[in-house]
Design a protein around this ligand. Structure first.
Ligand code: GLY
Length: 339
């Protein structure tokens, strides 16, 4: 991992100003299970905790928690109803990681199966592999009896159609003449996703991330969500972390494993997440990804729980996240690097 920058050297290196919201304090729950998620996971966290209390392993509880969001046609960033790629096909990415066994499973570019997290769990438990992609992932899901269906809802199709009709000014193809510096509306399209991290009363950890990825992505594009260490990571001795937002930023920083590594070095979950967001900002250098103040022009969020059950989250810009701690399920502010 790169040498850790102090706040002073970070500011000097990046020539940008940063502010950190004080609203986010790490919080836990003495003795009981805890869970953290992106804000769209809030309605699921009570179930995640309840199932851990009933003895379900944290990774299974996390997968159970993302399922209602994968099934929800109104969430256009995950599962059924997710926005399609540039060809109009919905492709899903997901990964799971289990702390006690150190095993992981993932699927990428999976079509026609609305619950990729369940398929990722099968990859982890029923194969000696970690990641299956595309046609192979679909064949594997079929072999395990997952039902197939068209995941493109009318609402998502019409949204894609409007994007097509506006031409290519918001696509991801870069003109080599300008290296993408001009003429693109880079920050317009949604990157949703759900991550759930879970810790049971025994201190065991598990995590799951699932998404339909960047809306109207180039066909074949894979984000951070199915990549172990990028969109989700667990080290049962130290913590679980996950990411939502611009997947490319979490990939190039290995954001989830970096966050767990910061916890292993003694940082609290919120500070570990914030340090990773700082690293993303420090490593973002091309003009097309910076605003007029030299700050990243995209959102990225990290979520974490440490071995002791303390929970935290940080993001590039102000945002909220969901957690289940001693206060029960609630939304809280992330620690934001920039206003
Ligand atoms: N973070 C989700 C994605 O970029 O695909």
């Amino acid at each position: 991992m790169a040498r850790r920058l102090t706040r002073r050297s970070f500011l000097k290196a990046s020539a940008v100003t940063a502010t950190v919201s004080c609203a986010n304090v790490s919080t836990g729950r003495r003795g009981g299970p805890v869970a953290v998620s992106s804000r769209n996971g809030l309605p699921s966290l009570a179930l995640v905790v309840e199932r851990m209390e009933a003895g379900l392993p944290p990774v299974d509880a996390a997968v159970l928690g993302v399922e209602p969001v994968e099934n929800d046609p109104e969430d256009m960033s995950v599962g059924y109803g997710g926005l399609p790629d540039e060809t109009g096909v919905v492709t899903l990415d997901s990964c799971v990681m289990d702390g006690p066994s150190g095993l992981a499973g993932a699927v990428a570019a999976l079509e026609n199966i609305k619950n990729p997290a369940q398929v990722a769990l099968k990859v982890m438990r029923r194969t000696d592999h970690v990641l299956l992609v595309g046609e192979g992932a679909l064949r594997f899901a079929r072999a395990h009896g997952f039902p197939e269906q068209n995941l493109l809802t009318d609402r998502a199709r019409e949204s894609w159609l409007r994007w097509k009709e506006r031409g290519s000014q918001t696509d991801d193809w870069i003109d080599p003449a300008d290296n993408g510096e001009y003429g693109k509306e880079w920050i317009e399209r949604p990157t949703g996703t759900i991550h759930i991290g879970a810790r049971n009363a025994a201190g065991d950890l598990g995590g799951c991330t699932t998404t339909s990825g960047l809306a109207f992505k180039i066909r074949g594009r894979v984000g951070d969500s199915p990549l172990i260490g990028c969109g989700n990571y667990v080290d049962n001795d130290y913590g679980v972390a996950g990411s939502t937002g611009r997947g490319e930023a979490a990939i190039v920083t290995n954001g989830a494993s970096r966050t767990v590594q910061y916890m292993a070095l003694g940082k609290s979950p919120v500070d570990a997440c914030l340090e990773t967001v700082r690293d993303v900002a420090r490593m973002t250098r091309v003009p097309r990804l910076l605003d007029d103040k030299g700050r990243p022009n995209f959102q990225v969020n990290f979520y974490a729980i440490d071995k002791q059950g303390i929970v935290g989250s940080a993001s590039m810009r102000p945002s909220t996240y969901a957690r289940f701690t001693e206060n029960g399920p609630e939304l809280a502010d992330t620690a934001a690097l920039f206003d």
